[in-house]
Design a protein around this ligand. Structure first.
Ligand code: IMP
Ligand code: MG
Length: 186
């Protein structure tokens, strides 16, 4: 396929912008301030589960003005039907000893809730000073396990979304806004 056709097909799948760059930045700055205000002298560890949250983490970490570190994990959860087997496979783990930190898990989107539910339970066994979850987006209508984030920047209906770190088939992560994906244009 030639360049023009590829580009046309790429853009056709971006249905509509749900949250602009400006709206996202305003919400991220507010969340960063709230985290900074909660600082009690112990370091904060922002934990991102790769890959979707990398853009949110980059912006949120720069909106925080108190001592904080970042860490990355790769995780996969195993389920029998809708029930978690409790087995979460960590393909890449944190370097840090979480018992020294207030841990904040930074997630891109909570859909069924399965991955985060298992990661939260795993990290709790490592005795962090505290553990909170902040998510950029939340799709509560899709939940398969009972899971609630402490902070959610935007709540959306059951739309498949792309941009600001979120992908479809690994593309569109680099869009500066969050958009609805146009399944009909595939
Ligand atoms: P779950 O909550 O365990 O189902 O997994 C959530 C993960 O699914 C997110 O971290 C995303 O990687 C992916 N995901 C869920 N909904 C969307 C979406 O609308 N767009 C892009 N990725 C999504
Ligand atoms: Mg993800």
């Amino acid at each position: 396929m030639d360049r023009e056709k590829q580009m046309e097909s790429f853009h056709r799948k971006i249905k509509r912008v749900l949250f602009t760059q400006e709206e996202i930045q305003a919400a991220v700055q507010k969340a960063g301030k709230e985290i900074s205000d909660s600082y009690d002298g112990n370091p904060i560890l922002l934990v991102s589960i790769l890959k979707g949250a990398y853009v949110f983490l980059a912006d949120l970490s720069r909106a925080i003005t108190v001592p904080s570190e970042i860490g990355f994990m790769c995780a996969k959860s195993y389920y029998k039907g809708t029930v978690s087997t409790g087995a979460v496979k960590i393909t890449m783990d944190l370097d840090q000893d979480v018992s020294k930190y207030h841990v904040i898990i930074v997630e891109d989107i909570i859909d069924t809730g399965r991955t985060l539910n298992d990661v939260v339970n795993l990290l709790k066994t490592r005795n962090p000073l505290s553990l909170r979850v902040i998510t950029l987006l939340d799709k509560p209508s899709r939940r398969k396990v009972d899971f609630k984030a402490d902070v959610s920047l935007f709540t959306i209906p059951d739309h498949f979304v792309i941009g600001y770190g979120l992908d479809c088939g690994e593309y569109y992560r680099n869009l500066p806004y969050i958009a609805e994906y146009n399944k009909g244009a595939e």
